[in-house]
Design a protein around this ligand. Structure first.
Ligand SMILES: Nc1nc2c([nH]c(=O)n2[C@H]2C[C@H](O)[C@@H](COP(=O)(O)OP(=O)(O)OP(=O)(O)O)O2)c(=O)[nH]1
Length: 270
């Protein structure tokens, strides 16, 4: 299988670049240069299946990794060539090294191999250059983003989820307790305040779970594990709160950003 690899140094912390990579629009824009159109949700998460099409021909883009180490995806199915996209991140003294590699199946025979050298590699290189630039731009944009904290509260092996009641497009969907960090407030202090306001409980926040997830141009979701110190959670402004077992995590209708965190939440429950 032909393979190409490029590296780019991005002037942003690793966790911010990891967040930028989860923006599904960057991937869609990158493969558009190959004539591939991708449709699906706003963020990439492990297990997501997106539709990839070239003209009338459809295939499936399956995301196999989306975490703090980078993202991987495979275009499979249908008559499209098999295409694997892998992005790894490395922390360096001068910024974050983004290592992109693309692997694809080339058409057989000498003509196929010639076409691969002349057309395939040239196209792939263009795509990778465009992608590196887009990742850099999005990362720098996210450096100044405001943070929404979420709390993964565990009790007796169950995770507390809450169901939104507004706005209309999010009503009925599930999320973790939390909200925007105020200026001059630490993430941990925001977790404690939001849990008191939304649930009437006292929590003690711990380590971050999973990657930062981009919500909008200037907003990131960052989730922390939290212990329930005092009180019985009850919904103040939400439709419902529920203690969830590992098996419930994959069946609920989560907000898109929270789907990225499901592997980290599963790990917390096992
Ligand atoms: N608290 C919380 N918010 C989440 C999660 N996932 C996710 O996409 N969000 C989004 C929903 C909101 O757009 C934003 C949270 O900001 P917020 O708490 O100020 O939002 P809100 O809708 O309650 O208030 P507002 O935007 O009307 O000011 O983050 C999650 O797991 N927990």
């Amino acid at each position: 299988m032909p393979e190409l690899r490029t590296t780019t140094l991005v002037d942003a912390p690793l966790r911010t670049v990891a967040a930028a990579l989860l923006d599904a629009r960057l991937l869609a824009r990158a493969v558009r240069g190959l004539g591939v159109r991708i449709s699906g949700g706003p963020v990439l998460y492990a297990g997501a299946s997106l539709t990839g099409s070239v003209g009338p021909v459809n295939g499936m883009l399956v995301v196999t990794r989306a975490d703090t180490t980078g993202v991987s995806a495979e275009l499979v199915g249908g008559p499209l060539p098999r295409l694997t996209l892998v992005t790894d991140l490395l922390h360096t003294g001068g910024g974050t090294m983004v290592v992109d590699s693309v692997e694809w199946s080339s058409p057989g025979g000498p003509f196929g191999r010639l076409a691969d050298v002349v057309v395939g590699r040239g196209l792939a290189l263009k795509v990778m250059e465009a992608r590196a630039e887009a990742v850099s731009r999005r990362s720098v944009e996210l450096v100044g983003a405001r943070v929404v904290v979420g709390a993964a509260i565990i009790r007796d092996g169950l995770l507390l989820g809450q169901q939104r009641s507004y706005p209309a497009d999010a009503a009925g969907k599930w999320e973790l307790p939390g909200g925007r960090v105020e200026p001059d407030e630490t993430d941990h202090a925001a977790v404690v305040r939001e849990c008191a306001e939304e649930l009437g409980v006292t929590v003690s926040p711990g380590e971050q779970l999973g990657p930062d997830v981009p919500l909008r141009t200037d907003l990131l979701l960052r989730v922390y594990a939290a212990d329930l110190v005092e009180g019985e959670p009850s919904p103040v402004e939400h439709r419902a709160v529920r203690w969830l077992a590992a098996a419930d995590l994959d069946t609920l209708d989560w907000l898109p950003a929270d789907r990225v965190l499901l592997p980290a939440l599963h790990a917390l429950l096992t």
